[in-house]
Write a protein that binds this ligand. Structure first.
Ligand SMILES: CC(C)(COP(=O)(O)OP(=O)(O)OC[C@H]1O[C@@H](n2cnc3c(N)ncnc32)[C@H](O)[C@@H]1OP(=O)(O)O)[C@@H](O)C(=O)NCCC(=O)NCCS
Length: 389
């Protein structure tokens, strides 16, 4: 239920508004539908489960951007364009090497995308076609940026993309210098499919608001990255890992979760503005977390996650608070060998496709976003000159 507030302004008018714009319709869209009561998610009509099973991130990205599943030739051409745009311009790489490598990885990513805009933005006329070219380039280069940031943090030289590898496998390769096995690459590919799009979430809405001014794509995506960073949004996957590390062992789960609930602390990776049942993406990720736990022989993170899920279901399930996409993605990324500070940037590697699809959709039938608020400030104040204050 939306938290609807009723307020009286100082002009004597009564207003109602939905806190956090919950349930407020901003425009129409054909990209994604979330059924929060039944826990169903579709991208352009296709259930997420089917895409996770049968598609690849590259194909899903094409589908999100252009609205149709690609033919073999269209997919091959799209794939070739992505591969051709994976490398970072040398100038950008040189500047990245001078940036504070220990800074927050999302801030780093945001800054690099903004920097890329200086090289890529050719004019201030942004057609949907031009925007799609820019968007493809961004989808292609995001893994290279994220991997380079991680390596610079570790005092290592960034690794150039390997075009014999798919999008997901290449990301793993550029982070650790080793080509992943097929299963690890496929699991990351599925993670990227699952995180690619999710309707009018905060970062996607941000990208649409920014592009609605008819500014450039890099500005819209830079703003979206800033929004995704927050712990109430994409940053929650790192919060989950902090929680798992804080708990540390299976026997401490019950006690620590109970204390947190008693003190009204939020459990990261749980709850959702739209889903009031289990997020369908969490169901899929939970299965992969379990399989990776078995393969790696490191069951603790999955076992702790599962126990937290059970306790939360028992304690707050009746309030519609269930695992969201971030909950099991934390242990999956851990098992895939990613460092904690890469988790939210990996989310961005995927979500760039959704942002781009929304930016293009917004441009097709644009009207500037400009909502209103209820003014509750003073209405009859005298100006006091500075010498008298
Ligand atoms: C995602 C989220 C921001 C949605 O929030 P929202 O729709 O604004 O809902 P609210 O924050 O108003 O929460 C509603 C109630 O549920 C509780 N709640 C929501 N998420 C909770 C969580 N993860 N742990 C414990 N309690 C939670 C709130 O404390 C609040 O209780 P109250 O009514 O007694 O004050 C919220 O669930 C959250 O902060 N989750 C943790 C962060 C997270 O995982 N984010 C990723 C989302 S994909």
């Amino acid at each position: 239920m939306a938290k609807v507030r009723e307020v009286m302004d100082k002009f004597g008018n009564k207003h109602t508004y939905n806190e956090g714009m919950e349930g407020v319709l901003a425009t129409t869209s054909e990209i994604c539908h979330i059924n929060g009561k039944e826990g169903k998610l579709i991208y352009r009509g296709i259930p997420i489960e089917e895409l996770a099973e049968k598609s690849t991130f590259e194909e899903t990205s094409y589908f999100l951007l252009y609205g149709e599943l690609p033919t073999r030739k269209e997919l091959d051409d799209f794939d070739a364009r992505l591969k051709a745009n994976r490398a970072l311009p040398q100038e950008v790489l040189s500047i990245m090497k001078q940036m504070p490598s220990q800074s927050n990885t999302m801030q780093f990513l945001r800054t690099v995308v903004s920097l890329l805009g200086l090289y890529e933005t050719k004019s201030d006329e942004h057609t949907v076609i031009e925007t799609s070219h820019e968007a493809e380039k961004l989808i292609a280069v995001f893994p290279t940026i994220v991997a380079a940031i991680q390596r610079l943090r570790e005092g290592k030289e960034p690794i150039a993309p390997d075009n014999s590898l798919g999008h997901a496998a290449n990301l793993i390769y550029m982070v650790n210098g080793e080509k992943p096995d097929e299963f690890a690459a496929r699991v990351l590919d599925i993670c990227l499919i699952l995180h690619a799009e999710h309707g009018f979430n905060a970062s996607t809405f941000t990208s649409r608001v920014v592009i609605s001014t008819l500014t450039d794509v890099h500005s819209a995506i830079t703003a979206a990255i800033g929004s995704l960073r927050g712990p109430l949004h994409g940053g929650a996957n790192e919060g989950v890992m902090h929680l798992l590390n804080e708990i540390g062992s299976l026997d401490k789960v019950e006690e620590i979760i109970k204390i947190k609930l008693e003190t009204k602390a939020k459990i990261m990776g749980f709850g959702h503005r739209v889903y009031k049942v289990l997020d369908p993406r969490a169901r899929i990720l939970s299965q992969y977390s379990e399989r990776l736990a078995q393969i790696t022989g490191n069951e603790t993170y999955y076992a702790m996650s599962k126990k937290i899920e059970d306790i939360m279901k028992r304690e707050v399930g009746d309030r519609g608070i269930y695992p969201n996409v971030d909950f099991f993605s934390a242990s999956v990324y851990h098992y895939l060998g990613f460092k904690l500070e890469s988790y939210t940037p990996i989310f961005a590697v995927s979500r760039i496709s959704g942002w781009a699809a929304h930016v293009m959709e917004q441009l097709r039938e644009n009207r500037l976003f400009r909502p209103s608020s209820v003014y509750l400030g003073d209405i009859d104040r005298k100006y006091i000159s500075i010498s008298e204050r």
